[in-house]
Design a protein around this ligand. Structure first.
Ligand SMILES: O=C(O)COP(=O)(O)O
Ligand SMILES: [Mg+2]
Length: 228
């Protein structure tokens, strides 16, 4: 029997506007270390490779290299503070819930494929009452691989009950687009997320500016898949 189609979706900057809360915690850590806060605009270019890299980028913005034991200590502090402040301002982007409910009604399985740690992802989705929408959640620690490694995407799709040959990825940054390309999964990019490089330069198959454009983009890609 054919497996159901899977929509695998990135979290930060694609499903959820998390930058304000990520910035809040990053700035608490920077202040503790005697450094000035970073702006929301800066943070939007730092997210996508996981919180540890974001923390390093926050220090790099001040010309500081953060590594070794100090990195690990501050990363622990970051996780502790962020877990307690994960849904202060974070909220789904407009149209997310309606669009995803539409896909579910049509028989799609939905999966989150994120470089945010799985426990934090679950906590955030629980707080926003969104966990119910997803058949699988794959963080970088769930399978021990992280985007742009294609295995992160492939294993997440399989955990949702599907297969990579019958799936579509939605994301906001190079990690997402490259993971999808590496897995030969068509990819839709949102242009309102977090990336230091404009998504148009990263070669996604489609670009959308609102979740109400997702169904149209996906059916175009499905048409191309069956035609090809
Ligand atoms: O935590 C991050 O930096 C990135 O998370 P994302 O993969 O959901 O964008
Ligand atoms: Mg993202």
């Amino acid at each position: 029997m054919q497996k159901p189609p899977v929509l695998a979706i990135d979290l930060d900057g694609t499903l959820i506007e998390t930058a304000p809360d990520l910035m809040g915690t990053l700035n608490v850590i920077l202040e503790r270390e005697g450094l000035a806060p970073v702006s929301l605009k800066q943070v939007r270019g730092m997210v996508g490779q996981g919180a540890k890299i974001m923390l390093q980028r926050g220090f790099a913005a001040h010309g500081e290299t953060l590594e070794g034991a100090r990195l690990e200590t501050l990363f622990e502090a970051f996780l502790e503070h962020y877990a307690e402040h994960i849904a202060v301002e974070s909220h789904p982007f407009p149209g997310v819930v309606e669009a995803l409910e539409g896909f579910r009604a049509e028989g799609w399985k939905l999966a989150v494929c994120t470089n945010k740690l799985e426990a934090l992802t679950r906590r955030l989705l629980d707080e926003l009452d969104l966990t119910r929408l997803f058949d699988a959640i794959g963080g970088p620690d769930t399978f021990g691989v992280r985007k742009p490694d294609p295995q992160h995407l492939i294993k997440t799709i399989e955990a949702a009950g599907g297969e990579a040959t019958n799936a579509i990825m939605v994301g906001d940054s190079a990690a997402d687009i490259n993971a999808a390309k590496n897995a030969a999964v068509p990819v839709v990019a949102v242009d309102f997320g977090y990336t230091d490089i404009p998504v148009a330069e990263l070669g996604p198959d489609r670009i959308i500016s609102h979740f109400d454009e997702l169904a149209g983009a996906v059916s175009e890609l499905r048409g191309a898949m069956t035609a090809g």
